[in-house]
Design a protein around this ligand. Structure first.
Ligand code: ADP
Ligand code: MG
Length: 703
């Protein structure tokens, strides 16, 4: 695939299927291009000589060389048109035409053809089923939407075309500008990952924002976004957050939505800032597109209004930020400068009769305080406070101190002009104090994303060949499952398991038990029984002399409850001290979009009841594994709360990493549960294992 710059900055753009028929999409696009585009616009249509006053060509071959073609012909001839374009040397195509994978199997087949042609000719294809694209520097509006975007530094992609038209209408009203806008359509060739890469490299894009319903290749996106967010913030609204929403989304674009938890984890790991609404999306984007980075989380609030000042303070308390505590020097200076009735502690209340001068002084003093990383000017309109002058003051102070300042000049018409002045200097104005705080919060979040270092996954010394052989055992099984008979898989990856052995007669069971210190645990071993205790297949704390009877009893129960089950034998296992230890679970699930998803939580019976779990997309390194442990509500239990001896948290962290390596090495592992992983003061032990493997996938892996 070629670079995308000519997609957004073409010299010659064709509309294939251009027409002057009233109400036709082929006309709307041509009009949009003709009206504002700085380059040449070429209509293509075999049955016209001229369209809307522009010379029309019958096909791509006879047309002048094209940098970009916008295709609006009927679905049946889209493939043919694209082939012509490719053969004539066009590299960029936007397919507006609908009737592809969103419509059923015939459309899906057509979309496959489209993908094949694109691959064959190395084409950049946007769509199909796209509203089109825009790029403001050259005035290119290659969409059939009713409005063009204003110029700005936000690049915007959307999986819904309707969303773009609605947003642009609103953004134009708000004076919010864009650099590039892309309606992704069905994403058959170019997708969200291509665009974040492109905009990440674009010096004129300050913020990338998007509305997405799904992410096609989660792992590719994660990798790209991690790189991009070291420089450029990405803010996304991902719809389908609830199950009902996800269903609506998948029927909408024919995409299979990944589980919400995978998105949550994947986007967080990618450094993406997630917005829950369109309002948040732009509240964040406006702050991220023009302000410097806050050095610290301390916020100063300057206001002339008591109530809104308190509201702001509350909102700061709810965010990751904190109200800055001023130095004594700052307080002295403020006391000097402000009237006696003013509050010189944060929030600074310059009181109702504050004029611009007083605001300027208060803001200046606050921004000079070393504990202040950002500031909010909250104002209510008064007769002595011309908003326009206040806006100028805010801009001057921001420029003098290189500290982010956002405004909350409350009001409607009265604030309009001041808001425009602020906007031109990159200062967002928010009507509501909590939104102003959210804007600053996004700045601080992005600063943390930029500064974070994500540890590379560790490569432990493991026995990969042995693991492969164990996984290959599933080839002999129709249900593709493995259980405790395959605990050696964990050993191959260096995860500790208790002493034990699987035996198939009661005398041998007793011998093994005698070789193990203390009492033992007996467990039924049957590929057909995956929840052993449910059928009385686990006996905990059996003395050596009772092992023979316990063996017989377990097998008899299994035969009664599940007569058709194949019984391999009984596992005799060292009894672990659960008094001082905690049962945890480490599991893996495969998400259709993000791939292997690691899960950690309290184990045993608690996992389903408490739903106290953390997830990450594998592979992960040590930092992320430790985050997984610390994120669960029960983490203090492991860390040693209430006089409990702390568990070997480092052992848990290492086990999570080793499992991350195992599932990354073997995409054939579809699901895996170590439940419980017993975490005690002296170490961790995996006492139970269950997994599902796709044996065919095993053969496709290189050794
Ligand atoms: P299943 O999950 O199939 O019922 P497990 O092997 O997980 O079987 O055992 C069920 C429960 O028995 C565990 O959650 C744990 O509480 C207890 N248990 C199992 N093995 C041991 C052991 N070696 N030492 C102490 N307790 C054990
Ligand atoms: Mg279990």
């Amino acid at each position: 695939m070629g670079r995308l710059s000519t997609l957004f900055d073409p010299e010659t753009v064709a509309v294939v299927g251009a027409t002057d028929r009233e109400g036709a999409v082929g006309r709307a696009i041509l009009e949009n291009l003709r009206d504002e585009f700085a380059g040449r616009v070429v209509p293509i249509n075999p049955s016209r000589d001229e369209v809307l006053g522009l010379e029309c060509y019958p096909d791509a071959t006879s047309a002048p060389p094209l940098d970009l073609a916008v295709v609006v012909v009927p679905p049946e001839i889209v493939i043919e048109s694209i082939r012509d374009l490719a053969e004539a040397g066009t590299e960029n195509v936007v397919v507006i035409t609908a009737g592809f994978s969103e419509t059923g199997s015939e459309g899906a087949a057509r979309e496959r053809r489209l993908r094949e042609i694109a691959a064959e000719h190395d084409l950049n294809v946007v769509g199909p089923n796209s509203l089109g694209i825009m790029s403001t520097p050259n005035g290119m509006n290659a969409t059939f939407g009713p409005e063009s975007a204003l110029e700005g530094s936000i690049s915007f992609m959307s999986q819904s075309g309707a969303f773009i038209t609605a947003v642009l209408d609103w953004a134009n009203d708000q004076g919010i500008g864009f650099r590039d806008v892309v309606s992704l359509g069905n994403k058959s060739v170019l997708d969200e990952t291509d665009f974040i890469r492109e905009w990440g490299d674009d010096p004129d894009t300050d913020v990338i924002i998007g509305y997405l319903e799904d992410i096609g290749d989660g792992q590719a996106f994660l990798e790209a976004a991690r790189e991009v967010t070291t420089e450029t913030p990405i803010v996304l609204v991902k719809s389908g957050r609830t199950d009902a929403g996800a269903q609506a989304a998948s029927s909408h674009t024919g995409a299979i939505a990944g589980s919400e938890r995978a998105y949550e984890a994947g986007l967080e790991q990618a450094g993406v800032i997630r917005a829950r609404s369109v309002q948040e999306l732009f509240d964040y984007a406006r702050a991220l597109s023009g302000l410097p980075e806050p050095e610290s989380d301390g916020v100063a609030v300057v206001t002339n209004a008591g109530g809104p000042g308190v509201l702001t303070t509350d909102a700061v308390g709810d965010s990751r930020l904190a109200m800055a505590s001023f130095t004594d020097e700052t307080i002295d200076r403020l006391a000097e400068a402000m009237p006696d009735e003013a509050n010189v502690y944060n929030p600074i209340d310059a009181i109702g009769d504050a004029d611009v001068e007083r605001f300027a002084e208060a803001l200046e003093i606050a921004l000079e305080d070393p504990n202040v990383g950002s500031a909010i000017v909250v104002a209510a309109p008064t007769a002595v406070l011309p908003y326009d002058d206040l806006a100028e003051t805010v801009i001057d102070e921001l420029e003098a101190h290189e500290t982010p300042v956002v405004a909350c000049l409350m009001g409607g018409e009265r604030a309009r002009e001041a808001e425009a002045t602020l906007r031109e200097s990159g200062v967002p104005n928010y009507f509501d104090p909590s939104r102003a705080v959210a804007g600053l919060d996004a700045l601080a979040r992005f600063r943390d994303v930029r500064r974070r270092t994500v540890a590379e996954p560790e490569a432990f010394d493991v026995d990969r060949e042995r693991a492969r052989e164990i996984l290959a055992r599933t080839k002999r099984r129709s249900d593709n499952r493995l259980g405790v008979e395959s605990m050696d898989l964990l050993e191959a990856y260096g995860i500790p398991t208790p002493a034990g052995e699987i035996v198939d007669d009661p005398d041998r069971a007793r011998e093994v038990a005698e070789g193990i210190d203390g009492d033992v645990v007996l467990k039924i071993v049957s590929p057909d029984i995956s929840h052993k205790s449910d059928i009385g297949g686990v006996k905990v704390g059996v003395a050596d002399e009772d092992v023979y009877d316990a063996y017989e009893d377990i097998v008899a129960r299994a035969r009664t409850y599940q007569p058709d089950a194949t019984i391999v034998g009984v596992q005799v296992q060292e009894l672990l001290d659960l008094e001082s230890a905690t049962e945890t679970i480490v599991g893996v699930n495969r998400d259709p979009q993000f791939g292997p998803l690691l899960l950690f939580g309290l184990g045993g019976i608690f996992v389903e009841i408490l739903e106290d779990t953390s997830v990450r997309v594998a592979p992960i390194g040590e930092d992320e594994a430790r985050e997984m442990v610390d994120e669960i509500r029960a983490a203090p239990l492991l860390r040693g709360a209430r006089g409990r001896e702390p568990a070997d948290v480092e052992g848990v962290v290492e086990t999570i990493q080793r499992l991350s390596q195992l599932v990354t090495d073997f995409p054939a592992i579809l699901e895996l549960d170590v439940n419980p992983l017993v975490a005690g003061p002296d170490g961790v032990q995996a006492v139970d294992l269950r997994l599902t493997v796709d044996p065919d996938e095993l053969d496709t892996e290189e050794p």
